[in-house]
Design a protein around this ligand. Structure first.
Ligand code: NAD
Ligand code: UDP
Length: 310
């Protein structure tokens, strides 16, 4: 198949491109390199089935002929999508998604949106099922991302309803692993980088907030299963094992015993969700998918990768 992966030079995108090339598809990797990196796809450039396009999805893309589109283009770490770039984030989610939906419609292609657990905001239901509408601040620092992704889901659903376009919505929960940028500010990379460099481990708040971490290989398998399924409604993809952020700091410090780092507590960012854990019943039933990789094994792989790149 001819497959377009937007955001293909990013963390999840570059892992997805690798997997699709292994399956012998022709892959267009499209990226504007805002948070992605050429290094993530360097060795793929020699593969004759891999084509890299430097392009912003906010601009039209009518020049490509494709059968499947994975839309991953969007900064994903809170420091990257907030601040100066917040308006670009909303534009990417909304205008970028519209452009890609039009491209899919023109090609009669199947299109998958990389949505997020952030559409649940600071959830009042726990664990989060796909039927939960969420608790999202419209005007806060995370809103550009949360509301942008919510609007993208609305657009995907309407293209399915009005034009019968084959759309998929994958609600990704916190994912980590190889090809994550060490500087993107997310918790797993921050803690590992700090521990390897003997710097303070910065817990925001008291560390009692929870997240559930999925290794990227598991996630990519789930995304491919969803893309090739008949299911058009949103699906949670994530690992339901829930940890406090303080536990994550302690586990990482145990794995890097030579580290001289100490845990310090910093201010909790505004609207930081208190709890997060996916209910993956739908993914189990519809896709026969569940994560296989244990946190301990995934962290070992991620530590090895970050040792190489730092
Ligand atoms: P990432 O920042 O590593 O990758 C995003 C990629 O999109 C980057 O390569 C970036 O340069 C590119 N990009 C951004 N704006 C673009 C634009 N306008 N046009 C073209 N390319 C653009 O982040 P990631 O963790 O790999 O996330 C990939 C997708 O998965 C994102 O859509 C994100 O919202 C979603 N997601 C990720 C997680 C996670 O835990 N990693 C969780 C939920 C959702
Ligand atoms: N966090 C932290 N220290 C860091 C980075 C993040 O304590 O150096 C916390 C953050 O406040 C949040 C959790 O870890 O509660 C996950 O943050 P991340 O940015 O990885 O993803 P989020 O789920 O917030 O999008």
């Amino acid at each position: 198949m001819i497959i377009l992966v937007t955001g293909g030079a990013g963390f999840i995108g570059s892992n997805l491109c690798r997997k699709l090339l292994e399956q012998e598809h022709k892959v267009y990797c499209l990226d504007n390199f805002y948070t992605g990196s050429k290094k993530n796809i360097e060795e793929l450039l020699n593969n004759e089935n891999f084509i890299c396009l430097n392009h912003d999805i906010c601009n039209s893309m009518s020049f490509i002929k494709v059968e499947q589109i994975y839309n991953l283009a969007c900064p994903a770490s809170p420091p990257a999508y907030q601040g100066f770039h917040s308006i670009e984030t909303t534009k990417t989610c909304v205008i970028g998604s519209l452009n890609l939906l039009e491209l899919a419609k023109k090609n009669n292609a199947t299109i998958l949106q990389a949505s997020t657990s952030e559409i649940y905001g600071n959830p009042l239901e726990h664990p989060q099922k796909e039927t939960y509408f969420g608790n999202v601040n419209i005007n806060g620092p995370r809103s550009c991302y949360d509301e942008g992704k919510r609007c993208a889901e609305t657009l995907f659903t309407d293209y399915n309803r009005l034009y019968n376009l084959d759309t998929k919505i994958c609600r990704i929960f916190n994912t980590y692993g190889k090809y994550m940028s060490p500087d993107d500010g997310r918790v797993v990379t921050n803690f590992i980088k700090q521990a390897l460099r003997d710097e303070d481990i910065t817990i925001y708040g008291d560390g009692s907030q929870t997240r559930s971490f999925c290794y990227v290989d598991d996630l990519v398998n789930g995304m491919i299963k969803l893309m090739n399924s008949e299911y058009n409604k949103p699906v949670n993809l994530g690992n339901p094992e829930e940890y406090t952020i303080k536990q994550i700091a302690e586990i990482i410090l145990e794995k890097i015993p030579q580290s001289k780092s100490k845990i310090v507590f910093k201010d909790l960012p505004q609207d930081d969700p208190v709890k997060r854990k996916p209910d993956i019943t739908v993914a189990k039933q519809v896709l026969n998918w569940q994560p296989e990789i244990k946190l301990s094994d995934g962290l070992d792989k991620t530590i090895e990768y970050l040792k190489e790149v730092l």
